[in-house]
Write a protein that binds this ligand. Structure first.
Ligand SMILES: [Mn+2]
Length: 292
């Protein structure tokens, strides 16, 4: 039995880094069915991949799983983050059924409009929020622009994106302030745009909270928390603990096996994406055979 949801929001998988819990994520995705998925940034960690190529099979399994879901009719929107910002040049395009967008809007089953954004563009706003309160709304827009220039400049010199999470790690004492400033910045952006809430990632802190009448929804990550946000058929959004979900599946499987019923979900489902080699290789082999 698969868990059924209307929508899933997943962020910060950091595939391509050894911290990614890809095996667990691929397993989790195998046990869910949904109409729509939003990938809320930092899905692939291109910064790490540039330093050192790391791409074990489990990381492929996640992508294969997503492509398979897309193939079966799940609508997938990919909102890139700062670690996969090179995907941002493809905003507006569709690859393998997956739509790439800078930001997205999701309307829940009960009609709430949610802004979907990774959250990195608020880094500088967050760090200079005191200046912001003096400068007001003009300064805010300006800082968003400065952040883009600043990081474009860093890119030119081959420097990594100067991210909020790095700032947090360097200054543990101020972490709480940073996080609450981050939340405030996203909530005020959502309010500004007339949204009921905002779905984001970036700071690797899963959260579902009402902040001054705006829903603040942070997907968390698949490095530590292994969480997803799931929207039920009635529009209710729930924070799902992926590892707990998998543990429950394992427990149920153990009970089934001990009662002598060894027909498991894993064995029952035929998965062509996992069994067959990629289509490109098949075509090549066929051409070779034809030439012989
Ligand atoms: Mn990020």
């Amino acid at each position: 039995m698969k868990a059924r949801y209307r929508t899933l929001f997943i962020s910060d998988c950091h595939l391509g880094s050894n911290g990614a819990q890809a095996e667990q994520l691929a397993r989790y995705l195998k046990h869910v069915e949904c109409e729509e998925i939003f990938l809320v940034g930092d899905i692939i960690d291109m910064w790490r991949l540039k330093q050192r190529w790391y791409w074990p099979d489990s990381h492929n399994s996640v992508l294969r799983r997503l492509l398979k879901m897309s193939h079966k009719g799940t609508k997938i929107t990919y909102v890139p983050g700062n670690h996969d910002e090179s995907a941002r040049q493809f905003c507006g395009l569709v690859f393998g059924g997956i739509r790439i967008a800078m930001d997205a809007v999701h309307v829940t089953a009960d009609g709430r409009r949610l802004l979907v954004t990774h959250g990195d563009k608020f880094d500088l706003v967050v760090r200079h929020s005191r200046l912001l309160s003096v400068a007001g709304a003009v300064g805010y827009e300006f800082l968003l622009k400065v952040n883009r220039w600043y990081n474009a400049g860093r890119r030119l010199f081959g420097l990594p994106y100067d991210s909020l999470s790095q700032a947090i790690k360097a200054r543990v004492k101020s972490a709480c302030t940073f996080i609450s400033n981050f939340e405030d910045a996203l909530v005020s952006e959502a309010r500004h745009g007339g949204f009921a809430g905002v779905v984001c990632g970036h700071i690797h802190k899963a959260e579902q909270r009402d902040i001054d009448g705006i829903e603040y929804l942070n997907c968390g990550d698949w490095v530590e928390s292994c969480t997803v946000l799931a929207e039920h058929a009635d529009g209710r959004i729930e924070m799902i603990d992926g590892l707990a979900e998998l543990a429950a599946l394992d427990a149920a499987k153990a009970i089934r096996e001990s009662s002598g019923d060894d027909a498991t979900d894993d064995a029952a489902e035929f998965d062509p994406w996992l069994v067959e080699p990629p289509i490109a290789f098949n075509a090549e082999a066929a051409l070779r055979r034809a030439a012989m």
